[in-house]
Design a protein. Structure first.
Lengths: 675, 120
C-alpha cells in the first residue's frame, strides 16, 4: 500500500519551525550564560543542550523520512556537532554558539524552501555547513581515540575542489582511478575534468603506467573525511588536494524572510488538549440542555413555563461558554511573537556594539492568533527602534551615570477586553528638540509652531518622519512609526508613547483580545442599525441646541464642558432617512479615537451587545467609515463603524463630508452574501 | 559474479567472509595461509584476494609481494585485513603492493561494501 507522505509534510514543517524557534531560545540562553560569566566558554546546563540536540535530531529524522534530503543533510551535521557538545567532547564558546544560531537560520530557510519550493541561498548554507564541519574536525582531532571507530560520520560541506594526480605506478597496486571516481560520484554530484598534459606520445607510452590526472568538482553533503576515505588506499600513490570553496556568513535577509514567511503562512493552528477538552465539555452540556428543552416542548403545558425559562437561561449560558471556548482555540500566548525578540536583540546589539539586556514579562498572555501574526512587525520595529535610537553606547551610558548595559523591558498583560504591551527602555529618551527641528524641516509643522511636548512626541507617528541621522540598515528600513501605528490601528488597537529625557522611552500598545467579536453599542438611524465599538464610546448625551455652533464653513461643532468637537450626522453620512433631522429629537454619542473626539448624531440607542465581526472587504468591498458588518439577532445586517476613520473624516472634512453614495445601498447589496 | 580468494588462519574468520560473499553470489575459495593461497592460485585466476596479514607459514605481506610478481596478478585487487592500531602493517601491505585494506573489526555489510567498490 502506497502512503502519500505529503499529508504529513505540513505538520513536519510546523513542528520543525517550532523546534528551531525553541533551539534559538535555548542557544540564546547559553549565549547569555557565556556573556555573564565573563569567560568565553560556558559549562552548559545539560538540559539546555539536550533540548537543542533533540530539536536537531527530530528535524533530521523527520526530514529524511519525508525525503527532504538537503534538510536532513544539514540537520545531520548540526546534530553531530551538538552531539559532541552534549557528550562534553567539546564546550560551547560564543563562536560556536553564534555558528549554531546561523545553522538554525540555515535549517529554517532550507525547511521553508522545501515547503515553498523557493530556492535557498546555497552558498550561504554551504558556507555555514563547512564551518560546522571544520568545527567538528577540530573537536575530533582533540578526541581522536574516541572518534576513531566511528566511520559513518558524514558531516558536510557543499563544494569541494579535488585535484587527483596518481603516481605512474598506481595500477601496480591493483588500484583503478575509475573506481575512485565512481565512489566520489556516490557521495555527491561530480564534475570531472581529465588532465591529459602528461600523456606521452604513443610510442613512449607504457600501458602499465598511469599518465592521467583529474580535476574534480564535488558538490554535496560531504565531509573532508568522507572524501579522504575514498582516496585512503591511494593516498601514498598520488598527489591529492582537497579544498573547500570559500565560506560566507549568512545574509540577514534570509532570517527576515524566514520570519516573515512563518508569519504569513502559519495556516494551521495547534491547540492544547485542555482547550479541546473544555470545548467538548461545553458541547456536552449544550446537548443535555437541548434534550431537556425538547422534552419540555413535546408535551408542553403552562405548568412547565418556569422550567422552560430556566432551560433557556441554561442554553444562554452554554452558548456563551461555547463561544468563549471556541475563541480560546484561536488564542495563542504572546510568546509566539516575543520569541523572536531575544534573537533580534542579540544580533543587533552585537552589530551596534551596545550592551542590552532584554527582559520579558507576561509572555503567557493570550491573544488572538490573527492579532499575533500582525503584531510581529510593529513589535520588531519598536524593539529595533529602542535598540538603535534609545539605548546608548556603553561609554555614553557610563558618562550619563547609568549602568553600561541597557535594558529593554517587554511587558504584556490583559486589561479587560484588551491586551496591553509595553516596550520600555532606559535609554536616552526622545529628543524633543531634534524631533521639532526635523518636523519643521519636513514641513510637518510651521516654523513658528510652539507645540506642547505631547504634540511633539506625536510627530514621530507622522508619515514621512524619521529621526535617524543616517538611514542605518537596522531601523529606518522604510517602515516608519506611522506604519506601526497604522498596523496597530488596523487591528483595532492603539499605540502611545511616553518618554523622559535621559531616562528612557515607553511605547504602550493596546490590542483587542480577538478580532472575531466586538463589544458594541447598537444605535438606530432611521430604519437602520449601526454598531459602535464600545471601546471608543465616551458617553451619550441629549443634545442641547444652544451648544451647537457653526463657526466658519459648514462644520457643526458641539461644545461640551468647554470642549468643542465636530458633530457628525450619521444619516447624512450614510444617506439614509432619519426619524428626525432635528438634533434635539435624537442623541449624541461622543466617541474618541487617537485622542480626538467627535459627536455622532443618532436617533436612538438600542443596547449593548457582542457582535460577531464579518469582514466587509471580503464580502463586499472596503468602505470608508465602516470597519465591518455583523448579523443581528433578527437576521438583518448592521454595519460596524470605524471610529478612527469617522473621526478623521470629521476633523478633516468638516463634518459634512459624506461617504460616497455607493455605500448607501450597501445594506441591501450585502445581505444575500451573509445568508 | 566474481571469484574471490580469502586467506586467513582463523577458521571462523574465513567462514564469515566466505559465507557473506557467497550469500551475494560470489564464488569463494579459502586458504589458511599464504602458502596454501599460492598453491591454489597456480593456474587459476581469481578476481579478488582478501588476505589476513598475520598468518603462519607465509604471512599476508609476503603473499602480496609474491602475487604481484606474477603477470596474472599484477593488477588484481588484493585487500589486506588490518586493525586500526596497526598503521605500520598497513603501510607494509601497501609497499608490498596491496590495493587496499579492510579494517577489523568489520561487519558483513562493510565487507560487501568494500568488495563492491573494488569489483565495481
Amino acid at each position: 500500500m502506497a502512503i502519500d507522505m505529503r499529508q504529513f509534510h505540513q505538520t513536519f514543517f510546523e513542528e520543525s519551525l517550532e523546534g528551531l524557534a525553541g533551539m534559538e531560545t535555548e542557544l540564546l540562553r547559553l549565549e547569555k550564560a557565556a556573556a555573564n560569566n565573563g569567560h568565553d566558554t560556558v559549562a552548559a546546563d545539560p538540559e539546555i543542550l539536550n533540548t537543542i540536540f533533540r530539536a536537531a535530531h527530530s528535524i533530521k529524522g523527520g526530514s529524511s523520512t519525508f525525503g527532504f534530503e538537503e534538510v536532513a543533510a544539514f540537520a545531520h551535521v548540526l546534530e553531530s556537532r551538538l552531539d559532541a557538545l552534549r557528550d562534553g567532547r567539546s564546550r560551547p564558546d560564543r563562536r560556536v554558539i553564534n555558528l549554531l544560531l546561523l545553522s538554525v537560520d540555515c535549517l529554517r530557510s532550507l525547511i521553508i524552501s522545501a515547503r515553498t519550493g523557493k530556492e535557498t541561498d546555497k552558498n550561504v548554507i554551504d558556507g555555514v555547513r563547512s564551518q560546522l564541519e571544520s568545527l567538528e574536525s577540530e573537536s575530533r582531532a582533540s578526541v581522536a581515540p574516541m572518534m576513531a571507530t566511528s566511520q559513518t560520520q558524514t558531516s558536510a560541506t557543499a563544494h569541494w575542489h579535488i585535484v587527483f594526480r596518481p603516481h605512474r605506478r598506481l595500477f601496480h597496486t591493483g588500484n583503478d582511478p575509475l573506481r575512485i571516481l565512481r565512489e566520489l560520484s556516490v557521495l555527491g554530484e561530480i564534475k570531472v575534468q581529465t588532465d591529459l598534459a602528461d600523456l606521452p606520445a604513443w610510442a613512449q607510452m607504457d600501458p602499465e603506467e598511469c599518465y592521467l590526472a583529474w580535476n574534480i568538482e564535488l558538490i554535496g553533503p560531504v565531509s573532508r573525511e568522507a572524501i579522504a576515505e575514498v582516496f585512503s588506499w591511494v593516498v601514498d600513490d598520488c598527489t591529492l588536494e582537497i579544498t573547500a570553496q570559500p565560506v560566507q556568513s549568512l545574509a540577514p535577509r534570509s532570517i527576515t524572510e524566514a520570519v516573515a514567511f512563518m508569519d504569513a503562512h502559519a495556516g494551521t493552528l495547534r491547540v492544547s488538549v485542555p482547550k479541546v477538552d473544555a470545548l467538548i465539555n461545553t458541547v456536552g452540556e449544550l446537548v443535555i440542555t437541548q434534550t431537556m428543552l425538547s422534552q419540555l416542548t413535546t408535551n408542553f403545558s403552562f405548568d412547565n413555563l418556569s422550567r422552560l425559562f430556566a432551560g433557556i437561561a441554561q442554553l444562554e449560558r452554554n452558548t456563551r461558554e461555547l463561544q468563549e471556548s471556541v475563541m480560546h482555540i484561536r488564542m495563542l500566548p504572546l510568546s509566539f511573537a516575543f520569541n523572536r525578540l531575544p534573537r533580534l536583540v542579540h544580533d543587533m546589539s552585537q552589530k551596534l556594539e551596545k550592551k542590552v539586556e532584554l527582559v520579558i514579562h507576561g509572555e503567557q498572555t493570550e491573544i488572538d492568533k490573527t492579532v499575533i501574526d500582525r503584531l510581529i512587525d510593529p513589535l520588531l520595529h519598536l524593539v529595533r527602534n529602542s535598540l538603535d535610537h534609545g539605548i546608548e553606547r556603553p561609554a555614553e551610558r557610563v558618562a550619563a551615570g547609568k549602568s553600561e548595559t541597557g535594558h529593554i523591558e517587554l511587558k504584556a498583560c490583559q486589561k479587560g477586553g484588551n491586551v496591553v504591551i509595553e516596550i520600555r527602555d532606559d535609554g536616552r529618551g526622545l529628543a524633543y528638540d531634534r524631533i521639532l527641528t526635523k518636523a519643521v524641516e519636513r514641513g510637518l509643522l510651521p516654523a513658528s509652531a510652539k507645540p506642547s511636548p505631547g504634540e511633539i512626541v506625536e510627530m514621530i507617528f507622522m508619515p514621512g518622519f524619521s529621526t535617524a541621522e543616517a538611514v542605518s540598515d537596522i531601523s529606518g528600513r522604510g517602515m516608519g512609526m506611522d506604519v506601526v501605528r497604522n498596523n496597530i490601528r488596523s487591528l483595532g488597537g492603539g499605540v502611545e508613547v511616553s518618554t523622559q529625557k535621559g531616562h528612557g522611552t515607553c511605547f504602550t500598545m493596546r490590542l483587542p483580545l480577538t478580532l472575531a467579536i466586538v463589544d458594541g453599542l447598537s444605535v438606530q438611524v432611521g430604519v437602520h442599525t449601526y454598531i459602535l465599538p464600545l471601546v471608543s464610546i465616551v458617553e451619550s448625551v441629549r443634545i442641547n441646541p444652544e451648544q451647537i455652533s457653526r463657526p466658519a464653513g459648514s462644520a457643526e461643532l458641539y461644545g461640551l464642558r468647554q470642549e468643542y468637537m465636530p458633530l457628525l450626522r450619521l444619516y447624512e453620512l450614510f444617506h439614509v432617512e432619519p426619524r428626525s433631522t432635528d438634533l434635539a429629537q435624537g442623541l449624541l454619542v461622543i466617541v474618541e479615537a487617537d485622542g480626538k473626539k467627535a459627536g455622532l448624531y443618532v436617533d436612538d440607542l438600542l443596547g449593548q451587545q457582542q457582535v460577531v465581526i464579518k469582514s466587509l472587504a471580503t464580502h463586499y468591498r472596503k468602505v470608508e467609515g465602516i470597519s465591518a458588518a455583523t448579523i443581528l439577532g433578527d437576521g438583518t445586517v448592521a454595519m460596524i463603524l470605524d471610529m478612527t476613520g469617522l473621526i478623521r473624516l470629521a476633523h478633516a472634512g468638516g463634518g459634512r463630508a459624506a461617504i460616497p453614495t455607493g455605500a448607501a445601498s450597501m445594506t441591501t447589496a450585502v445581505t444575500p452574501t451573509f445568508n | 559474479m566474481a571469484t574471490i580468494l580469502t586467506v586467513d588462519d582463523t577458521a571462523s574468520m574465513r567462514q564469515m567472509i566466505s559465507f557473506t560473499l557467497s550469500s551475494v553470489g560470489h564464488e569463494v575459495i579459502q586458504a589458511c595461509d599464504g602458502h596454501e593461497a599460492l598453491m591454489l592460485l597456480k593456474g587459476k585466476k581469481v578476481d579478488l584476494v582478501i588476505a589476513d596479514i598475520n598468518m603462519p607459514n607465509m604471512d599476508g605481506i609476503t603473499l602480496v609481494k609474491s602475487l604481484r610478481e606474477q603477470a596474472d596478478y599484477k593488477f588484481t585487487p588484493i585487500l589486506v585485513l588490518t586493525t586500526e592500531s596497526r598503521e605500520s602493517k598497513r603501510q607494509q601491505g601497501k609497499v608490498a603492493g596491496a590495493t587496499g585494506w579492510i579494517v577489523k573489526p568489520f561487519n558483513p555489510e562493510q565487507l560487501l561494501n568494500v568488495v563492491k567498490k573494488v569489483l565495481g
